[in-house]
Design a protein around this ligand. Structure first.
Ligand code: BLA
Length: 526
């Protein structure tokens, strides 16, 4: 965004976050040509870690910056077969002013000029971070912890359990104050579905956030690069010099960089939340983002070493795989449950001595078939209700509206919007699924608005944020929740295609039952 452009939700998604032209200064970056390994671009803070100033490095061989042995290690890692990322981190020992300095080198290739295969001319990007944690990195340190968690994930029997195990394990591994599993709905609004946190923190569990909190271009980037760390939100970005890559005259693509400087809008957001360091890991289903593991640190900066981050990322992908399996299992279980309920109800409707309304509202009833806040049936002159009581006449009015639409099944999650004349109360009937039947008969399920009230003001930490909001701070969790509520005002939990299909099946059986009964009435009269 051009300087001075006011930030709003429209231009937010247009910020090109993959080419910020700068990095976070917890490390330094060098882009080098291959195979010569001549330095083409560096971050301005190069000397802080290597003791070599940018102007001494540019156009020079990498070994003049890192030393012969480290440069050779980089060269050998870069030319080895397979995925570069698998070799990361490359452990180097630099010598700066006569002192040995251990650093982690994280390597990847950035495409400078693509060809038909998408590869073309690349530049080797070498990111150096001061080594933290035990050296050499050994599997017992990190891998054992991860292995235990994988076992737990394999034994877990519900989605909730999977989320919880992951949140706890990532927190143990990385030491963040708060670790959340954040799950998207179909519109990319998010909900915190699991949380592991330090005791003194208030809970974010169950909180909702609007899709705009993580704009589309950020989601697209997170589908490619599965982890990002903002180790200190108060950092001063270090510019790349020259700012454009000499190979193409364009800003270096930092999609796969680990030090990429993040969006200033997002930094403001985190500061408003009281967050000092943030990390997030992508959770994918069929290559599409379905959620994130989001980590916060409050008291100060936080920078787990690269190997730990890689282990956390690995847990994220394992969770993703398990979740896909588990979600399918739950779908299957639910489908079986519904089938047996449907079979039972259909069998029961054959008992022609019993009014259909009574049968459908027995046990199991229509709420077992389809989760909703209430269900109303009007059949053979009988009306019956389960769940929350609706204002008198409302069910009939909604059914008449639905009948007028001429469809076999009418499903909406925005009734107040689509039929404002009905005056349906938000808390009771924002969503309706109707089976219009002959002669004013019907089956109607309704769902209330899916807003959950959250008491942000009750907590001292959030109160401070709320007070600052009074002075026109735009982005914060509370405002964020308000915005989510705006986007979902007057909406219920949507009806799934599966649920609509199941309701339709019930309709077919009901029509048959009604027909059979009318014939037996005719027979009896004869
Ligand atoms: C990025 N927004 C993000 C990220 C998260 C969130 C997790 C990924 C970066 C990171 O790991 O910190 C949002 N973080 C949350 C949410 C919770 C949380 C919802 O902890 C809930 C507990 N953000 C806005 C608005 C804009 C915006 C209004 O709220 C734009 C106007 C932008 N968010 C924004 C951008 C990024 C982002 C641009 C990308 C940051 C980057 O990777 O450069």
């Amino acid at each position: 965004l051009a300087p001075g452009t006011p930030v709003d939700l429209d231009n937010c998604a247009r910020e090109p976050i993959h080419i910020p032209g700068s990095i976070q200064p917890r490390g330094v970056l060098l882009a080098v040509s291959e195979p010569e390994l001549v330095v083409q671009q560096v971050s301005e803070n190069l000397a802080t870690l290597t003791g070599v100033r940018p102007e001494q490095a540019l156009g020079r061989p990498l070994e003049e910056v890192l030393g012969v042995v480290p440069a050779d290690l980089v060269a050998r890692s870069a030319s080895a077969f397979g995925d570069l990322r698998e070799r990361n981190p490359v452990e180097l020992m630099l010598e700066v002013d006569g002192t040995p300095v251990p650093v982690d080198a994280i390597l990847h290739r950035a495409v400078i000029r693509p060809n038909d295969t998408g590869e073309g001319v690349t530049s080797l990007v070498v990111e150096l971070e001061p080594a933290r944690g035990p050296r050499p990195f050994s599997f017992p340190n990190t891998y054992q912890a991860v292995r235990g968690t994988i076992g737990e994930l394999n034994r877990a029997s519900s989605l909730e359990e999977l989320y919880d195990i992951t949140a706890r394990a990532v927190r143990t591994l990385t030491g963040f104050d708060r670790v959340m599993v954040y799950r998207y709905d179909a519109d990319y609004n998010g909900e915190v579905v699991a949380e592991a946190r330090a005791e003194h923190l208030n809970s974010f569990l169950g909180l909702h956030y609007p899709a705009s909190d993580i704009p589309a271009q950020a989601r697209a980037l997170y589908e490619k690069n599965w982890i990002r760390l903002i180790s200190d939100v108060d950092y001063v970005p270090s510019r790349l010099t020259p700012v454009d890559h000499p190979g193409n005259g364009l800003p270096l693509d930092l999609t796969f960089s680990t030090l990429r400087s993040v969006s200033p809008i997002h930094l403001e957001y985190l500061k408003n939340m009281g967050v000092r360091a943030s990390m997030s890991i992508s959770l994918l289903r069929d290559d599409t983002l379905w959620g994130l593991i989001a980590c916060h640190h409050y008291a100060g900066p936080h920078a787990p070493p690269y190997a730990t981050r890689a282990a956390a990322e690995f847990l994220g992908s394992t969770l993703s795989l398990r979740l896909v399996d588990r979600a399918k299992e739950e779908e299957t279980e639910r489908a079986l449950q519904v089938r047996s309920t449907l079979a039972w109800l259909t069998a029961a409707t054959l008992d022609e001595d019993r009014p259909l309304a009574d049968t459908l509202m027995g046990s199991p009833d229509l709420l077992d078939l389809l989760p909703a806040d209430s269900v109303v049936v009007r059949l053979q002159g009988h009306t019956a209700t389960r769940g929350a009581e609706l204002p008198s006449g409302l069910a009939e009015a909604v059914a008449a509206w639905a009948a007028g639409r001429g469809a076999d099944v009418v499903a909406t999650d925005a009734l107040p919007d689509q039929a404002p004349q009905l005056g349906a109360p938000l808390d009771l009937a924002c969503g309706a699924l109707v089976l219009p039947l002959p002669e004013g008969q019907f089956v109607l399920w309704v769902r209330g608005e899916r807003v959950r009230q959250i008491d942000w003001g009750g907590d001292p930490h959030n109160k401070a944020i709320a007070e600052r909001e009074g002075e026109e701070i735009r982005l914060s969790p509370r405002k964020s929740f308000d915005r989510w509520r705006e986007t979902v005002r007057g909406r219920s939990e949507p009806w799934t295609g599966q649920q609509v299909a199941e309701a339709n099946e019930l309709r077919t059986h009901l029509l048959e039952a009604l027909y059979a009964r009318s014939r037996s009435i005719v027979r009896a009269a004869e």
